[in-house]
Design a binder for this molecule. Structure first.
Ligand code: NAD
Length: 382
């Protein structure tokens, strides 16, 4: 069985190498020609522990190939994973245009029965729409079933998360497609949730909304702890030992960032709004997070007993939203740096792996770079 993966970003490349590692032949396509050229040479633009080693091993075994030819990819595979990005639109909803475009294009290349697995995070109702789009562009008698299989990996531990998936959600009414996808994932997980498209889509949205809620909740508890002299790490530990609560996502800090939680929480509020429902809790979670992101500045001003940061040089350690990744999308550090500039301060920033990423986006604003440290020029754009 040959698999193809459309979109070689964090989710796509990890999905591809993990299936290649367990022996499948995988062909990957991306619209970014440079990314494909790099991948063909074993060069990856993202950092993820263990990823490069598995990629090199499977390029050598000839288990994984990279192309910009979408038609080749679809025609030569039975199972096609769609892992393209679904960024936020200006109204907060998710932009599913790339997923829809691929559905249209896929229909044209059908040359046998296919399963299209949607791993991109999409709002409820999207998989149904994709099935309709594929049906209308499929002029053959071959069957092409859409299966919703949302991704739950965490950047920084994506490889081990994939080999030890806590659950695989399979959303489709097509029983044979569902069974085939379960078989495909049996090396990765023991737990399968079979359901329809909309439920699968909602499981992903609800999971991210809940994780964000835990983070904002413990951050509010931390703020209360500061006022009454309690130790939030012990409060979290004491809470987390209760199996009804669980210990994860209870580390108080500067709030959540990254490519998923910020966009998926806003999209959750937006999706509910579109259905005439006010997702009140999630709106509060987002508001708490916005305030928490600038808490370090508040603490700094208070500690220095000043109103602005003019003449201050401030070190910022870490430019990504978490360790072991070079993803700087929605990184709280960059927001904090921007606020330091607004208050007249200067920044020396350090990151062990993300400096090249920062240079790509903020290159013209970097005054000096020494190894893994950059000195930013004023001001950093939004
Ligand atoms: P990404 O931006 O890193 O990668 C997307 C890739 O798709 C890019 O390489 C882009 O060039 C490619 N692409 C876009 N349009 C294309 C097209 N028409 N044809 C071929 N390639 C195309 O995104 P990501 O972080 O991997 O996320 C992908 C999806 O998975 C999103 O919906 C995201 O919300 C979801 N997700 C991400 C994570 C994560 O930790 N990054 C976790 C769970 C779910």
């Amino acid at each position: 069985m040959r698999l193809s993966v459309i979109g070689c970003g964090y989710v796509g490349i990890v999905t591809a190498v993990c299936f290649a590692k367990i022996g499948y032949e995988v062909i990957c396509v991306d619209s970014d020609k440079q990314k494909i050229k790099d991948l063909q040479k074993g060069r990856i633009q993202i950092y993820e522990p263990g990823l490069k080693e598995i990629l090199d091993e499977n390029i050598q075994k000839d288990n994984i190939k990279f192309t910009i030819d979408l038609g080749e990819c679809i025609r030569s595979s039975n199972i096609i994973f769609i892992t393209v990005g679904t960024p936020s639109l200006s109204d907060g909803s998710l932009d599913v245009s790339q997923v829809k475009l691929l559905a249209q294009q896929t229909g044209r290349f059908i040359n046998g029965d296919k399963i299209i697995v949607i791993k991109s995070t999409v709002p409820a109702g999207t998989n149904r729409l994709i099935q309709e789009v594929i049906n209308s562009s499929n002029i053959t008698s071959h069957k092409c079933s859409v299966v919703s299989c949302p991704e739950f990996l965490r950047e920084g531990s994506a490889i081990s998360d994939t080999f030890n998936m806590e659950r695989v959600v399979i959303g489709t009414d097509d029983l044979s497609a569902a069974n085939l996808i379960e078989k495909l994932y049996t090396r990765f997980s023991k737990n399968f949730v079979h359901t329809n498209w909309e439920t699968a889509e909602l499981i992903k949205l609800a999971s991210n909304a809940f994780l964000a809620t835990k983070i904002s909740f413990i951050n509010e508890i931390a703020n209360i702890c500061e006022k009454c002299g309690a130790d939030v790490t012990k409060v979290a530990m004491g809470m987390g030992l209760d199996s009804r609560i669980g210990a994860s996502y209870l580390r108080a800090g500067i709030g959540y960032g990254g490519s998923c939680l910020p966009k998926d929480t806003v999209a959750g509020v937006r999706l509910a709004e579109d259905m005439g429902y006010d997702f009140e809790i999630l709106r509060s979670v987002i508001n708490v997070n916005k305030k928490q992101l600038l808490k370090p500045i508040e603490i700094l001003l208070h500690a220095l007993r000043v109103k602005d940061l003019s003449d201050k040089v401030i070190a910022v350690l870490g430019l990504t939203f978490k360790p072991d990744t070079n993803d700087i999308r929605n990184s709280p550090s960059l927001l904090i740096i921007k606020r330091i500039f607004e208050l007249g301060g200067t920044v020396n920033a350090y990151d062990p792996i993300a400096i090249p990423e920062v240079k790509k986006i903020y290159g013209s604003l970097i005054r000096r770079r020494r190894g893994r440290t950059v000195v930013f020029k004023f001001p950093l754009p939004s």
